[in-house]
Design a binder for this molecule. Sequence first.
Ligand SMILES: NC(=O)c1ccc[n+]([C@@H]2O[C@H](COP(=O)([O-])OP(=O)(O)OC[C@H]3O[C@@H](n4cnc5c(N)ncnc54)[C@H](OP(=O)(O)O)[C@@H]3O)[C@@H](O)[C@H]2O)c1
Length: 394
Amino acid sequence: MYYNKLMERKKKISIIGSTGSIGTQALEVISKLQDKFEIIALAGGNNIDLLLEQAEKFKPKYICCNKIENHKILKQVQNDKNFQWKILHGTEGLEEICSNRENDIILVACSGKIGLKPTLKAIENGIDIALANKETLVMAGDIVMEKARKNNVKIIPVDSEHSAIHQCIKDIAQVEKLIITASGGPFLKKTIEEMKSATVEQTLAHPRWNMGKKITVDSATLMNKGLEIIEAHHLFGIDYDDIEVVIHPQSIVHSAIEYKDGSVIAQLGLPSMHIPIQYAISYPERFEGIKSKSFSFSEIARLDFEKPDYEKFPTVQLAFKAGRLGGTATACLNAANEEAVFAFLDGKIKLYQIYEITKKIFDEHNIIKNPTIDDIFEIDITTREKTKQLIASL
Ligand SMILES: NC(=O)c1ccc[n+]([C@@H]2O[C@H](COP(=O)([O-])OP(=O)(O)OC[C@H]3O[C@@H](n4cnc5c(N)ncnc54)[C@H](OP(=O)(O)O)[C@@H]3O)[C@@H](O)[C@H]2O)c1
């Protein structure tokens, strides 16, 4: 009934992180589907030139930036050009957007912990979420999913692996296991020694996907797959023992599920984030959209699969361990890893030290078993402080 009504009018959407890799691709999708979507709000961080360009094109009611200094610049441009949008900033601005029940769906496409509070606000207001920001579920998956269930809110994944699983699952009770694919990143065929001396430039040269810097580094260490395991556990309510990771360098099979009777259903497609983004914001409908060319098995010719080398990529098993421990373990893992990734990008540590630092901080963490959301934010802050101190002491 609700969706029948929706089909008669444009779907109202806000994008948190519109200036990033996912956000800009979402706007490319929406450009092709302008008769299907109306943008209520666009929110970015520091890139206010791009935010302004997007706002001029898509004419949202609200724009939001990260801090007061950028707010002032946006206000000046608004006065000069007589633009009508309301300007917001900071977490309060994001929460105001996510409290606006005019929205049918909010695409949470910012990076890092910034996504958690606005997501919770949208859920409290009964607004569906297209979720790219995996940190939200890694930090507080139990709380977020429980709130979504209580408020009858759909969380539709944007991550290509989880989108694949979402598309394959009919009856979760019949599922034996999830098979999550990983491209293996730029160091799949390199030795551990070569990985140890990898530069930032080599690490950011992902063979298949063009993404933001944080997730690209995580893809090189395979921590991204670790975070995705935790994300999948929360999204689909699947036990960690029933999640398998397989390396698939071509990134054509985006993930699969095995049913109890032995049938395996996989979702395939060319490696483009436009498709899962479009699926998430259009769900349960499917539109023609942006697909650049038709899928051809004969052009692809071969698909390879192999077990991950956990000696080279120990991050995945650390994430499994954190997920099984539960409570604040995954928030700690997320915060320590993120700070270590930033330090690597700043040239302060080597690539392999990301894992060593994350593991050390994680091993010292005293887990709170059933944390409140305040506990999680507290652990996030203290873990980041400890990680920075450890990095400074090296
Ligand atoms: N990229 C992918 O293909 C991909 C695939 C699957 C999942 N994901 C997930 O999607 C999320 C975004 O990834 P990404 O690659 O798109 O990252 P990204 O390119 O780094 O973009 C991050 C976005 O967040 C915004 N942002 C940063 N601080 C903010 C703040 N305080 N308030 C509001 N917005 C803020 C950035 O704004 P400015 O740039 O203006 O500072 C930018 O728009 C991550 O959680 C990632 O794991 C990404």
